[in-house]
Ligand binder design. Structure first.
Ligand SMILES: NC(=O)c1ccc[n+]([C@@H]2O[C@H](COP(=O)([O-])OP(=O)(O)OC[C@H]3O[C@@H](n4cnc5c(N)ncnc54)[C@H](OP(=O)(O)O)[C@@H]3O)[C@@H](O)[C@H]2O)c1
Length: 332
């Protein structure tokens, strides 16, 4: 495993991290979840990502149990706040009330006194940004949160948050967590240049496009049984990638992976790691073998000729429009 700084901070994270969205507490039984976490630890992953909302708060509980007994100082635990965790009108968003209540729930479920990184899971258009940034700063001062970050924020939103922090002397955000893969590159034109200048890292999600970039989904055929695409929640979130034109191009990446002696998943994870603004690629897994396969992308270098071959194969199925980074207009 290799390690990178999280933004302009002293914290080092494993360049491949493990996340439990759609798996722990839902698609995957607890035993398999624990085996995946153990495989991640065995392979040198020290950074774990979850969120209050995953599996209706159950994912944090599963991760807390799976990490129990591991030396806390050897782990970096990330969670998030924004999406609804209950039926009340204040059970979502980034108000002082919800953030404060949500961090207490997360710490209890994760069985820890602090999280290493606390992330705003989307931008909240209904809460003054000053209120959110000040509340995050308070949590840092209370020692409940060590660093703060955001997820799926636009360059403009990140820039505004940094300006408030700088003017008011509040803790600065050090990371953004966007979707990023060979197929989904919407951060490259605006978010990454601003973040490079400001010392904010990307911690990217779905580096294998939820399984699509493993090549296991074939054009014109039903998805394999037991895969995320046949899971109700997963199937919905994968629709934008499960198109025959995308799946056909992905099959054409196979010779490139074979020439490099990499699996398709390793090629996909290695590809995102070539971006120097990245601190970590968060991989998901329904089975421990997937963790052991994908983690071998750590430290792999892809040269310019390989990157060009990939671009030539994928052509216009790559999404690059920065306007695709959107948070809900009103709180969910
Ligand atoms: N901030 C956000 O809004 C946000 C959103 C989404 C995710 N995330 C974070 O990012 C993490 C990773 O997201 P993700 O799970 O979508 O990432 P991913 O690594 O792109 O997809 C993981 C899924 O792909 C399949 N897969 C992975 N490796 C494979 C292999 N070697 N062979 C075959 N299939 C393989 C597995 O699904 P099956 O076996 O079921 O097919 C696995 O659960 C999440 O857990 C979460 O922490 C954040």
């Amino acid at each position: 495993m290799e390690f990178r700084h999280l933004g302009r901070s002293g914290l080092k994270v494993s360049e491949i991290s493990y996340g439990n969205w759609l798996t722990h507490g839902s698609q995957v039984e607890e035993d398999a979840a624990k085996q995946c976490v153990q495989a991640a630890l065995d392979e040198g992953i020290t950074t774990f990502d979850t969120a209050d909302v995953y599996a209706g708060t159950k994912a944090e509980e599963v991760l807390g149990r799976a990490l129990k007994g591991v030396r806390r100082e050897s782990l970096e635990i990330f969670t998030k706040v924004y999406w609804p965790t209950g039926p009340g009108r204040n059970d979502s968003g980034l108000s002082r009330k919800h953030i404060t209540e949500s961090i207490h729930g997360s710490l209890r479920r994760l069985q820890t006194d602090y999280v290493d990184l606390y992330q705003a899971h989307r931008f909240d258009h209904e809460t003054p940004l000053e209120e959110t940034i000040k509340t995050f700063d308070d949590l840092v001062r209370q020692g409940k949160v060590l660093y703060v970050g955001v997820s799926e924020w636009t360059a403009d939103q990140i820039g505004r948050a940094l300006k408030i922090a700088d003017e008011m002397g509040f803790d600065r955000i050090v990371s953004n967590q966007p979707e990023y893969s060979m197929l989904w590159r919407v951060i490259e034109s605006e978010v990454v240049p601003l973040c490079e200048k400001e010392g904010v890292s990307q911690i990217v999600w779905s580096p294998v496009a939820q399984g699509v970039l493993t090549g296991k989904y074939l054009p014109g055929q039903q998805p394999p049984q037991g895969s995320r695409a046949v899971d109700v929640a997963g199937g919905n979130t994968m629709k934008k990638m499960m198109r025959d034109d995308v799946l056909t191009r992905v099959q054409e990446l196979k010779p490139i992976a074979a020439d490099l002696g990499l699996s398709m998943a390793q090629l996909a994870v290695a590809w995102v790691l070539q971006n120097p603004n990245l601190a970590s690629a968060i991989i998901g897994a329904s089975r421990p073998e997937q963790v052991r396969d994908n983690v071998k992308a750590a430290g792999v270098k892809l040269d310019a000729e390989v990157l060009k071959r990939i671009d030539d194969v994928l052509g216009d199925v790559v999404e690059r429009d920065p306007a695709k980074t959107v948070s809900p207009a009103t709180r969910p």
